[in-house]
Design a protein around this ligand. Sequence first.
Ligand code: TXA
Ligand code: MG
Length: 318
Amino acid sequence: MFLSKCSAEMITFAAQSLKDGHLVAFPTETVYGLGADATNESAVAKIYKAKGRPADHPLIVHIASMEAINDWTSDIPEYAIKLARDFWPGPMTLVLKRSSLAKDFITGNQETVGLRVPAQPIALALLKEFEKIGGNGIAAPSANRFGAVSPTTANAVMEELLPYLDINNDRILDGGPCTVGVESTIIDCTSDAPKLLRLGAITKEMIKESTGLEVIDAVSNSEIRVSGSLESHYAPNAKVLLDQAPNPGQGFIALKEVQTPQGAIRLAEPTSIEEYARNLYAALREADARNLTEVCVTQPTGEGLAAAIRDRLKRAAN
Ligand code: TXA
Ligand code: MG
């Protein structure tokens, strides 16, 4: 079956599909990824084609455990090991100097590679199974078309990518909704101090506490190609308006404590910042499903995950 619930059998089958050069979309705790064998150039090319993504944007390689870090990298600073120990498996990607295993088609011709051990049982089972049959890491960007909202359910992947996948050979593993809901924190570990490239659930404060180092904030002025750091990204078809009171007929997303103005269409009313992150992308998709032309979003305040949410909203509104 093209879209499958995840039995152990299905995971074994999906791992073999990857080994055979096909695509497998799978859940992670952040968002759904569109996976391919990270050492197979033609399989990785299928990711770019399905996403409509420019070829010079690097991909994150997902690995089964910290041990695999040495296969993909050379020269790992002490603080990166500390981060990996503290936050893997988890919503954190480390950018490190690459080894010869990380080819140009993964790194976008850069000398670095992004690595992550996800904390999602199906993702981990798939990675372990893939390793067992001789695989070496799964390249997986978010399973959306380039510039669009990342999917947080298997159905959202279907809606987004069905026309661009090979339904006879590619597959989508259904692991239910993602628990975090925004993409991983990306940390560049190629200099003396950790450099934050993308905000996520692993916060600046957590990185500082783990490493004992000052964290360089490079989120908005990164010269490294992080596609999620382009000005316009994570965008639904509906126009996103920030911190404006909605008019009748406009979509509305805000914390539950904020009342819905008369006539506005409430798309999400999360009770916490965590729930806000978890539901945001589904709510933006819902705006499109209902053919709304505008959606007003009251941004959460505060640091940490709230800052990651505002970062995504700013780009969605651009
Ligand atoms: O949470 C996530 O990270 C999800 C799940 C599926 O793991 N993946 C994800 O991948 O968000 P993607 O490709 O949509 O976003 C990854 C970002 C891209 O903007 C890419 O440019 C950046 O990571 N990236 C990957 N390798 C990099 C590298 N070597 N240096 C700098 N940025 C890198
Ligand atoms: Mg993405």
